[in-house]
Write a protein that binds this ligand. Structure first.
Ligand SMILES: Cc1ncc(COP(=O)(O)O)c(C=O)c1O
Length: 293
């Protein structure tokens, strides 16, 4: 179980402090415009998981919104390990956010000389209910209404919020997004299908987030001789799949067994899902033991 101390300690602009004391200007552009980027990274046994990959994506997101990276990788690592230690270690979900900071007034144009706001917090990483893994979850297909740079992990998440709520309203676990003829990803996850024992996921590009979990699943598949390729998926490909999975840092790999009310494959998690979960858990155990990040 997570060993989070109470109240949680957060990092804000150079200061570690109790969550309830952290304050930020109402002119911060994160608050006014959603002008910033973020990362969510799991921590297992006090060890940040896939730290280098998360920091690389953070750097790409910052470059994508024309913001400087406030720290180099070593400085980020020191900051994050300090945050983890101050929150008791164990299994945590670390959230970090960088915004363009507060300008002198509310103006869309970049402010001159504003200093960025850097925020990080750690929360307990709660395992997904076992029933989700044993029976699978349901998802709905909804139109992807987001912008054209979904590869940037921006804090401007209103479209994702509305899409996810459509899933909640339908009693489903996740919304799977459809743009034109193709499935892009989930509202907060990437998508994989299994077709005749071959794993398929959409290629990276501006219309989906390059998920760290997605990449690890691809890596594990390649290392274990599981046939895999990247291809655009139509809604029919997804409906007719033998297996359908969602991936994300906090949810890991989740089998979808009902899509828009109809069963996927046998209606139960499939054999390749179970195999990949075993590989994923074994990889996590190594990371927990400090042997991999
Ligand atoms: C839109 C979207 N796609 C994919 C993912 C999965 O990314 P990761 O595996 O890095 O958590 C997320 C995670 O929150 C997401 O918000």
């Amino acid at each position: 179980m997570p060993a989070l101390v109470s109240p949680p300690t957060v990092y804000l602009n150079g200061v570690f402090q109790p969550l309830d004391q952290a304050r930020i200007s109402v002119l911060d552009r994160g608050f006014l415009f959603g002008d910033g980027v973020y990362e969510v990274m799991p921590v297992y046994g006090g060890q940040p998981f896939r730290l280098a990959e998360h920091l690389r994506r953070l750097g790409n997101s910052l470059a994508g919104i024309r913001c400087a990276n406030p720290f180099d990788d070593m400085q980020w690592e020191v900051l994050l390990r300090n945050l983890v230690a101050q929150n008791g270690g164990g299994d945590l979900s670390v959230y970090l956010q960088v915004t363009r900071g507060a300008g002198p007034n509310r103006d869309h144009a970049f402010p001159v000389g504003a200093s960025q706001s850097v925020f990080a917090m750690a929360s307990p990483l709660l395992p997904l209910p076992q029933v989700y893994r044993e029976r699978g979850v349901s998802a709905v297909l909804v139109e992807d209404i987001r912008w054209g740079r979904c590869d940037i992990k921006t804090i401007t998440l209103l479209a994702n919020v509305l899409l996810r709520q459509q899933a909640v309203d339908a009693g489903a676990f996740e919304a799977i997004l459809v743009r034109g003829a193709h499935v892009t990803e989930g509202a907060a996850s990437n998508v994989f299908v299994v077709r005749e024992c071959v794993l398929v996921t959409p290629p990276k590009g501006p219309l989906l987030l390059p998920g760290i979990t997605r990449d690890l699943v691809v890596e594990l598949a390649c290392a274990n001789h599981i046939p895999i390729h990247e291809a655009m998926l139509t809604t029919e490909d997804v409906r007719q799949a033998d297996e359908l999975w969602l991936t994300s840092s906090t949810k890991e790999i989740v089998p979808v067994t009902t899509l828009a009310g109809a069963p996927i494959g046998t209606g139960l998690p499939g054999p390749l899902y179970r195999r990949m979960m075993d590989l994923y858990q074994a990889f996590k155990d190594l990371a927990r033991a400090g042997k991999y990040q």
